[in-house]
Design a protein around this ligand. Structure first.
Ligand SMILES: *[C@@H]1O[C@H](CO)[C@@H](O)[C@H](O)[C@H]1NC(C)=O
Ligand SMILES: *[C@@H]1O[C@H](CO)[C@@H](O)[C@H](O)[C@H]1NC(C)=O
Length: 381
């Protein structure tokens, strides 16, 4: 009897210590194409994918459906698909915004979830390039029912002013820790001349927004040259110490062919130049990348190549991004570009074992499809 108890205790102890020390060994479990450019009427090219989880445990995928061409300007749909079974099956595409025939329509964008309100909030721009239109505006769209229905677009430029601001593309942050617990932080960039990283903030769950941190390009509001300092598209993350780290596209390849890393220690109010650094390990072809913090691990996706948008790769860091593990997982060797990462936050054993990636993927060019990938973090064990 005593022996049996001892044996049971011993087995339990071994099992617990094994699962605690399980090594990260990401494995692609399944992949499916959520959007195929040119395959359906009305849309020429699908681009700029975003992926978020909801407080109810659904996954929502968004992208731009560019109507006439693949160009960043032009008329577009804001396309969405929704999965309630952890990415196995997806709703048909719903166009939640249609900007008609406008010459310079909507551009995605950031999605941020307000956990207190249960709200899914999309921030996007219209007339960003001021091409046959004026002024540029920052817009917000909200769903209070898990992405099933969406309110009318709200014009945040009434509160923020009419500056050209392109959010993300990627995920916004709701601060989980002090300082400014509960704050919504959405960061993006400006026009190519007036570029830089800019954050907009809300301390009342998206009702009122104001301008927060700005890290401006140099020279600001002037034409740029190769290798000028020109931080551009970006993905903010909240670290466990409550600071915000922003992983930024290095548009003019200042200092390196790698990512710019920027820090805010006051919840997105400032981005002091003292804390700007360059992550030489994160080689980049000048692109929007994905980043995510989950259970103390930082994950990062981009086309890992210093010249071309190819070789979409998942990497991870066990020390808050100070260095990156030698091992990585190549998701696609061929043409690939923008990506976005998420996980389901229920805390269940199953949800803790997976992350989800969405990215632009093609055989000849990267904007052929938008692909969704479900990844098991521990090699399927
Ligand atoms: C948004 O609001 C600004 C400021 O009030 C205004 O100038 C602009 O035309 C509005 N944009 C749209 C798309 O309604
Ligand atoms: C692709 O990424 C891998 C790491 O996943 C790297 O070792 C390799 O050199 C990259 N290949 C190209 C062609 O950039």
């Amino acid at each position: 009897m005593t022996r049996l108890v001892l044996l049971t205790l011993l087995l339990t102890a071994t099992w617990v210590s094994n699962s605690a020390s399980l090594e990260l060994n990401p494995l692609v479990l399944e992949e499916q194409l959520l959007w195929v450019s040119g395959a359906q009427g009305h849309v020429n090219i699908y681009r700029i994918p975003l992926l978020t989880s909801t407080p109810k445990g659904s996954l929502l995928a968004f992208c731009e459906g560019r109507k006439k061409s693949g160009a960043d300007v032009g008329a577009k749909f804001l396309a969405m698909r929704r999965s309630t079974d952890k990415g196995s099956t997806w709703s048909p595409t719903v166009f939640i915004v249609d900007d008609g025939q406008t010459p310079d329509g909507l551009n995605l964008g950031s999605v941020v979830v307000d956990e207190d309100l249960g709200a899914i909030i999309l921030i996007y721009s219209v007339c960003f390039f001021q091409y046959h239109c004026n002024p540029p505006s920052t817009m917000m769209l909200q769903s209070l029912d898990d992405g099933l229905t969406w309110g009318k677009p709200r014009n945040l430029s009434h509160q923020l002013g009419v500056k050209a601001f392109a959010p993300g593309p990627g995920l916004g942050v709701q601060k989980k820790y002090e300082p400014a617990k509960g704050r919504l932080v959405v960061c993006g960039h400006g026009t190519l001349q007036g570029d830089g990283v800019f954050c907009i903030l809300s301390d009342d769950h998206g009702k009122n927004w104001y301008n927060g941190a700005a890290l401006k390009s140099i020279p600001y509001n002037q034409p740029k040259k190769a290798q000028d300092f020109n931080p551009d598209e970006c993905q903010p993350l909240e670290m466990p110490d409550g600071s915000i780290v922003i992983n930024v596209r290095n548009q003019n390849r200042y200092h390196c062919k790698c990512r710019v890393i920027v820090h805010s220690y006051d919840g997105g109010l400032t981005l002091p130049i003292d804390y700007v650094r360059f992550d030489e390990e994160l080689i980049d072809p000048v692109v929007a990348a994905g980043a995510l913090v989950k259970d103390g691990v930082v994950f990062f996706t981009n086309p890992l190549n210093d010249a071309q948008r190819i070789n979409l790769t998942l990497r991870w860091s066990l020390n808050d991004g100070k260095s990156w593990e030698k091992k990585s997982v190549q998701l696609w060797p061929g043409p690939s570009a923008y990506s976005c990462l998420t996980f389901l936050g229920s805390g269940s054993a199953e949800d803790r074992r997976h992350i989800y990636v969405i990215y632009e993927k093609g055989h000849k060019v990267y904007d052929e499809t938008v692909s969704f990938v479900k990844i098991h973090l521990y090699g399927g064990l």
